[in-house]
Design a protein around this ligand. Structure first.
Ligand code: ADP
Length: 452
């Protein structure tokens, strides 16, 4: 339910700014808005002056003044609430009413009343709500009214002997101050509006520019998204469809060796070995590529995952390698985190496999897994005492297929850390590292404590 104050405000807004409440990008809108607020406050506030002065005027037998004031007030009410009137006409009638009130006040009360003040206020209202080109015109109106009253005084045409007693020259001197103030205001107030107008124009240009840029950005984002989808689809299809022929190559090479092994010389057997080895490596790349493609696409349920279990499972899975290399893996007690278990398994597996792989000759791997509580998130670190990484390669190693160590000595596909990065970024988290060549590497990553 709309209160009467809200209705009052709404009707004024509709009458002064139109149904859709206007376009705030123009100076005219702000002038209309000022006019609306002028009316909004003028009506209740003018009662404060009108009621006592009407009572006073009646008590001293001055009837014309309160009648004119009341009529002007009624006209202002009508132009505020009557539908269908043009806003320009509403404004003009308002200014005329203000001038009439000022003139009648001057005529009937002379220097005793607030006539000159009203005259000045009328032209300031006009400067604010009407086009700036008329500003000096309203100053001329003020001057004409003051001169007209001087003539009234000069020829004793006033409504009472008291008024006729005022010296015309004295009136001219006093009223010239109002003309001076009107002139100053006519020069300054429109400048204020010029500044406002310029700001609005600049803002409009900026808004247009921003909208164009946003459109362009959206287009390029869509394009990038489409390209990414295309690439991912291509990688998926290619790697998926390559699996079958590759398996055939390996199987037939093995068959060839089995069936005709005796007829083949050592060179032929060596070629078959390289062919099978190449096919196996390709199979590994395809497997990793598919894993990379799958990140973020798994549909498995999210759950609370105990990271201690993930580390324990890894140790069990790699027990042979761990015992062969005499590796030591130490871990803090790890928290439970919320998400897809397979993603956390991949994270830890990739980091720990690398820590077991990139080791220094004759130095058994020592790996420690630590966690630090950072309030709303955990910071994990996986540190090794391996061969380390040059700082220049810190960013590179997270890119797909980027390997920064000797490919003959260390097997791999260069996809593991790309998978890690994709998983972590999909979770909105961070991954980074510290490393010193021949001393070791420490990978850090963060995980949220609470599910999003
Ligand atoms: P891969 O191990 O299959 O080559 P990754 O993406 O897991 O691929 O790693 C990319 C590269 O980063 C590795 O080839 C290696 O050069 C370097 N790297 C990763 N982890 C370590 C580590 N713990 N110590 C030293 N180098 C590492």
């Amino acid at each position: 339910m709309e209160s009467w104050i809200q209705t009052y405000n709404r009707v004024l807004t509709e009458n002064c700014l139109g149904e859709g409440n206007g376009n705030s990008n123009s100076l005219e809108y702000w002038q209309n808005r000022l006019f609306k607020n002028m009316l909004r406050f003028f009506i209740p506030f003018s009662l404060v002056a009108l009621i006592p002065s009407v009572i006073y005027c009646f008590s001293i037998g001055l009837y014309v003044l309160p009648v004119v004031d009341t009529i002007a007030f009624a006209i202002i009410i009508i132009i505020s609430f009557k539908e269908g009137l043009k806003i320009e006409n509403r404004k003009l009638i308002f200014i005329i009413c203000a001038y009439v009130m000022a003139s009648v006040l001057i005529y009937y009360v002379g220097l005793k009343g607030p006539g000159l003040l009203f005259l000045y206020a009328s032209c300031v209202f006009a400067f604010i709500i009407l086009p700036r080109k008329y500003a000096y015109g309203w100053t001329v109106v003020n001057a004409v009214i003051c001169l007209a009253f001087a003539a009234v005084l000069h020829w004793d045409l006033g409504p009472s002997p008291e008024i006729n007693m005022i010296d015309a020259v004295e009136w001219l001197i006093i009223s010239s101050n109002v003309i001076f103030l009107s002139l100053i205001s006519a020069a300054l107030i429109p400048q204020l509006f010029d500044g406002l107008s310029e700001t609005i124009m600049k803002q409009n240009l900026l808004q247009d520019d921003l909208a164009k840029q946003a459109d362009a950005l959206e287009m390029s984002l869509l394009e990038v998204k489409r390209k990414n989808e295309e690439i991912e689809l291509f990688a998926f299809v290619a790697s998926h469809d390559l699996q079958e022929p590759l398996r055939m190559v390996t199987a037939f090479m093995n068959l060839l060796e089995k069936k005709y092994g005796e007829q083949l010389d050592d060179k032929a057997k060596e070629y078959i070995f390289y062919a099978v080895d190449g096919a196996k490596r390709m199979e590994l790349i395809i497997f990793d590529l598919l894993q990379f493609y799958q990140v973020g696409k798994q549909t498995s349920e999210k759950e609370w995952v105990d990271l201690n279990e993930i580390v324990a499972d890894f140790i069990l899975l790699r027990r042979k390698r761990i015992s062969d290399t005499q590796a030591k893996i130490k871990s803090d007690h790890l928290p439970k985190v919320f998400g897809q278990k397979s993603a956390f398994v991949q994270l830890f597996q990739n980091f720990l496999d690398n820590a077991l792989k990139y080791t220094q000759i004759d130095i058994p791997p020592e790996i420690s897994i630590n966690v630090v509580d950072h309030g709303n998130h955990w910071e994990f670190s996986i540190k090794d005492n391996g061969i380390g990484i040059e700082p220049a390669s810190f960013d590179k190693i997270f890119e797909i297929f980027q390997r920064v160590h000797d490919k003959e000595s260390y097997s791999g596909t260069g996809i593991g850390l790309a998978i890690v990065k994709k998983i972590i970024e999909n979770l909105g988290e961070k991954v980074w590292l510290e490393s010193e060549v021949n001393k070791g590497t420490c990978f850090y990553f963060t995980l949220q404590k609470h599910p999003n």
